[in-house]
Design a binder for this molecule. Structure first.
Ligand code: PHE
Length: 340
């Protein structure tokens, strides 16, 4: 019997080395520890042992059985641990992998320029007013000194929504709305979308303007030019200056076109300024006395100036964009160039 136990112990020790997974662990148990296993076989063969030796041999078999069970327990823990380690390794997150970058949007060049203009004028005490995009004939034309059948209406070929309702052709209607609500001193900026039946490389049927209006006692073109100088210097550089040229708008008298000295060549002449040294940037003028009267403001006491900036035009000049269409195509290759 001693001999048999020795052999079985050696067999179990050898078999243990092969138990590397659950299936083999189960085979091990079947072969050695189950009811019909080899360890149970030892107990059965106790019958053949002489009666007087049985207690001692039985004790030896029992001890061996305990050893074999402990062996199985250790193997089982080993297999369990290996399985857990394998699972952990498979589920590991590699924290050194580059993260997925979430795309963030950025401000549109029109918005950037609009904010920049607002910043400059807000610093001079201007407030912001936003009027309606669908405007009545009265605010868009008539009270701005452009009565029905006035030829100046042709300058702004218009989208009519109904008989006397238009998609506003200019933000100048905001002047009327502000002067109806407030009395001087007035200092407002009215940014917004405007619409005209007009389309080519530098014109779009929808574009943005920034109206400016100042009304107070003793306001003159000098005040206009002083403020516009500050404005162009903030946008195009400290060295640039403005030039006023006579022009015509029905709601200002006198009216001017405002040019900025070419920031590309410094005024010597280059393709950007078409070799003139000057670039036209906006229209402006002294508010027409009829417009003040139309809003119940006495032109003998008060005077004012107004200007209208085309935001696309400023953005195109500032960023060197040669086609206005690019602004509205939503091509990310274009828009990404304006990220901070
Ligand atoms: N509203 C004019 C235009 O759209 C611009 C302008 C505004 C001119 C204010 C003078 C004063 O062309």
């Amino acid at each position: 019997m001693e001999e048999k136990i020795k052999e079985l112990r050696a067999a179990i020790e050898q078999a243990s080395a092969d138990v590397t997974d659950k299936a083999r662990l189960s085979d091990f148990w079947q072969k050695y520890l189950s009811k019909n296993g080899e360890v149970a076989g030892l107990t059965k063969s106790l019958r053949d042992v002489p009666k007087e030796d049985r207690p001692a041999v039985g004790k030896t078999i029992n001890e061996f059985k305990q050893w074999a069970e402990a062996q199985y327990q250790a193997l089982s823990e080993q297999v369990e641990k290996a399985a857990l380690e394998a699972r952990n390794a498979a589920e590991t997150v590699d924290i050194t992998m580059p993260a997925k970058i979430r795309q963030t949007g950025s401000l549109h060049p029109i918005t950037l320029v609009k904010n920049e203009i607002i910043d400059v004028f807000a610093g001079m005490g201007f407030e912001i007013y936003e009027g309606p995009e669908i405007e009545d004939d009265d605010h868009n034309f008539t009270r701005l000194n452009v009565p029905k059948n006035h030829p100046a209406r042709d300058m702004q070929d218009t989208f009519y929504v109904a008989d006397d309702i238009v998609l506003r052709t200019q933000t100048s209607g905001g002047q009327i709305r502000v002067m109806d609500m407030e009395k001087p001193p007035i200092k407002v900026l009215a940014p917004g979308r405007v619409f005209r039946s007009d389309s080519d490389a530098t014109h779009s049927p929808m574009f943005h303007q920034m109206e400016g209006l100042v009304v107070d006692k003793g306001i003159t073109l000098c005040d206009l030019q002083g403020m516009l100088d500050k404005f162009v210097q903030a946008l195009f550089g400290a060295d640039v200056k403005t030039r006023l040229r006579p022009s015509y708008f029905p709601f200002t008298e006198p009216s001017v076109e405002v040019d900025v000295s070419c920031f590309e060549c410094g005024g010597k002449g280059c393709p950007l300024c078409k070799h003139t040294g000057w670039i036209e940037v906006l229209g402006a003028g002294v508010v027409h006395h009829s417009v003040l009267e139309n809003c119940g403001i006495d032109p003998n006491v008060y005077s004012g100036f107004a200007f209208g900036i085309g935001i696309e035009r400023i953005a195109m000049l500032k960023y060197g964009i040669n086609n206005i269409g690019l602004m509205f195509e939503n091509d990310l290759r274009f828009l990404k160039q304006f990220e901070d």
